[in-house]
Ligand binder design. Structure first.
Ligand code: MG
Length: 393
C-alpha cells in the first residue's frame, strides 16, 4: 500500500492510451439505420449524448430505486443511481484503459426500462404479462432505445450502436433471446444462446451497478431509519472499514453520519481497487489480443473470490434487513396493486392512454410499455384518476 492507502498495483496514468482489448468506436458493428458520422464526437460519445437527451432518461428522476419517490428528497432515484454507476464505471474503465464513453453510455441507459416502484413494479407487470411474453426490465431498456423513444424523423428509437445496445441488454431469458435473435439474427441476444461474452465495457457496467447499489442502499437504509449502523457490524465488508475509520479518526465516534459516509467511501474504494486488480490479473491470464477475442473468453471483469464472497454477504444482509423490511414490503404491496389495477384499467379503456399506445394492435404490450414508462408519481395520479382511490402515505 502507498501512503494514501491506494494499492500501487491499481495506480494508473489518467491519459494512458486505450488497451487493445478496449472497444473502439472505429470497429463498431454500427447502427441499425446508417447515419453519417458526427463531426466532433465519436459514435459512443454520440450514443451517450442521445441517451442523456431522451425522455426516458429524464423520467428516471422520479422513479423508485428502493424507497418510493415521495418518501424523501435525499433517497436515491433511478437517475442518481445511474449517475453513480456511470461514475464508478468510468473510474474503473480509466484504470483498465477501457472505453470510458461506452461505459458511460451503457451505465446511463441500463435502467431506462425500469417501471415505476422499482422491482415490485416490474414483478407486477411481469405477472400481468404472463402468457404474453412477460416483462423484463433489461429487455424493456432495449425496447426504449430501439423503439419507444420517438424523436428522430426517419426511425423510431435512438438508433444506438450495437455495442451500446448489447451492454443495455445485460440479462435476458432464453425464450426472449430466441425471439430477439429471430428478428435480429446474430445480434444483441445471440450471446445468451451461444454463451459468449459481451464487451469488457458491458461486463464492467454490471459490476459497477452492483457496487453502486450495495453502497447506496446502506446509506439510504440508515437514512430512512430502517437500518441501524450497529446492525451493519454483521457485514464484514462494512465493519472492517467502520473500524478502520474510527481508528484513524476517533472524532467520528460522535458523528454518526460522517462515520457512515467514511465507512461507505472506504468500502467503495476497496471494491473498485479489487475489481481493477482482479480484472488485470484475469486479462493477463487470458491475454485477449483485441475486443473480438474478449467475447470468446470467460467473464474477465470481476471481483476477487474474497470480495465476491463479501459482496454476496452484504447483498443478503440488505435483502433480509432492507428490501424485505415490513415497511418496505407494505409500500410495495400497494405499489403492486397500483400497477395491476392500472394494467386492467387501460386494457378496458384504451383511450385513456395517448393515441400512440391506444392505437397499437399489440394491446397488452402497448399497455405494459405505457405503464413501464411512467414515473412513480404519474402512475399514482393516473391510478387515482382511473379508480378514484388515492394513495395515502
Ligand atoms: Mg441498476
Amino acid at each position: 500500500m502507498t501512503l494514501s492507502g491506494v494499492p500501487s498495483s491499481v495506480a494508473c496514468a489518467s491519459s494512458a492510451p486505450r488497451a487493445p482489448y478496449a472497444s473502439d468506436p472505429a470497429d463498431s458493428r454500427g447502427r441499425r439505420y446508417p447515419e453519417p458520422p458526427a463531426p466532433t464526437r465519436d459514435d459512443f460519445q454520440r450514443d451517450r449524448d442521445r441517451i442523456v437527451h431522451s425522455s426516458a432518461f429524464r423520467r428516471l428522476v422520479y422513479k423508485t430505486q428502493v424507497f418510493l419517490n415521495h418518501e424523501g428528497d435525499l433517497f436515491r432515484t433511478r437517475l442518481t443511481h445511474s449517475l453513480e454507476v456511470a461514475q464508478l464505471g468510468r473510474s474503473i474503465a480509466r484504470a483498465l484503459r477501457l472505453n470510458e464513453d461506452l461505459v458511460e453510455a451503457i451505465a446511463l441507459a441500463h435502467d431506462l426500462g425500469h417501471t415505476p416502484f422499482g422491482h415490485t413494479g416490474q414483478d407486477a407487470l411481469n405477472d400481468c404479462m404472463k402468457g404474453q411474453g412477460g416483462f423484463e426490465h433489461n429487455l424493456q431498456s432495449l425496447r426504449v432505445v430501439d423503439a419507444l423513444e420517438h424523436r428522430y424523423p426517419s426511425f423510431d428509437g435512438l438508433n444506438l450502436c450495437f455495442e451500446t445496445r448489447e451492454g443495455i441488454l445485460k440479462h435476458c431469458s432464453r425464450a426472449n433471446a430466441r425471439r430477439i435473435d429471430q428478428a435480429e439474427p446474430g445480434g444483441v441476444a445471440r450471446r445468451f444462446l451461444d454463451g459468449t461474452q459481451p464487451s469488457l465495457e458491458a461486463q464492467l457496467c454490471n459490476l459497477a451497478d452492483e457496487i453502486a447499489y450495495n453502497a447506496h442502499d446502506i446509506d439510504d437504509g440508515v437514512r430512512s431509519g430502517l437500518l441501524r449502523i450497529e446492525q451493519l457490524s454483521e457485514v464484514d465488508l462494512f465493519e472492517r472499514f467502520r473500524r478502520e475509520a474510527l481508528d484513524e479518526c476517533p472524532q467520528l465516534r460522535q458523528q454518526g453520519r460522517r462515520l457512515l459516509y467514511e465507512a461507505i467511501r472506504r468500502m467503495l474504494s476497496a471494491q473498485v481497487y479489487d475489481v481493477i486488480a482482479a480484472t488485470r490479473a484475469a486479462l493477463a491470464a487470458a491475454s485477449p489480443s483485441d475486443a473480438r477475442a474478449v467475447r470468446q473468453a470467460g467473464p474477465l471483469v470481476l471481483f476477487s473470490a474474497a470480495m465476491r464472497a463479501q459482496s454476496a454477504q452484504l447483498k443478503s444482509f440488505l435483502y433480509v434487513n432492507l428490501y424485505r423490511h415490513p415497511q418496505v414490503e407494505q409500500n410495495m404491496a400497494r405499489a403492486r396493486q397500483v400497477v395491476r389495477e392500472l394494467f386492467e384499467a387501460y386494457l378496458e379503456a384504451r383511450r385513456a392512454m395517448p393515441p400512440s399506445y391506444a392505437q397499437r394492435a399489440d394491446r397488452a404490450r402497448a399497455v405494459a410499455d405505457y405503464i413501464a414508462g411512467m414515473t412513480d408519481r404519474y402512475a399514482l395520479r393516473e391510478h387515482e384518476k382511473l379508480t378514484g382511490r388515492a394513495w395515502t402515505a
